[in-house]
Design a protein around this ligand. Sequence first.
Ligand code: 13P
Length: 254
Amino acid sequence: MRKKLVAGNWKMNKDISESIDLISEINKGLNSSVFDKADVIVCPTFISIYPVCEYLKHSEIKVGGQNMYKETEGAYTGEISAKMLISAGCRYVILGHSERRQYFGENDTLINQKMEKAITSNLIPILCVGETLSQREENKHIQTVTEQVKSCLTDIKASNEQEKFIIAYEPVWAIGTGVNATPEQAEEMHSEIRGILKELYGEDISEQIRILYGGSINEKNSTDLFKMKNIDGGLVGGASIKAESFTKIINSVQ
Ligand code: 13P
């Protein structure tokens, strides 16, 4: 049985004191029993990671980075390494978000290298994939996502004993638009992704890998999305930087 997971991607929002205000509100808004049903992750900006981790020392909420570089260290101005994220308290890292692909030119080859680095450094990457509106309109959404998943997972091993990575299906047309994929549209893609994982890793492992949905999740649509067989939780953007909405989304996990 896959445990549900709800992750908040704060994107480029909240300075340090605002981040502490937000995490304290989220923390106070969650009953400890919720962690039996769902894992909860927040992904603040780099400068807020350490203070947020310090704040969460005795909490079950885990922390992730929003990006990292593929190299160990060196002359890469403006970048951050897996080891640095771990030293600040991260267990997870979002990789290949469509905003990284769109605004910072990231491609599947680079994302694949980052996946490898994250996993060998003991971070659990949340690999983001998803088609644009025109790709869906041309009926190329499944082909696009299939290619992204296969390229980003090239030579990446999975395991029965330990969670190595998580996948997030985030259709670009649903991100920040208020138009979420319907539970049926998301389930169709999640089941395709599960099929690819089965091809790559076999039935047992493919059944254990968590596949999150992301794109305009809110407290009104989360229940129906999270009910679907292959939707193992959500990667939440806008609604994750409002404590009330985020805690309601987490509490909607059945
Ligand atoms: P929204 O929830 O704001 O649509 O963003 C989704 C997302 O990009 C999460 O990574």
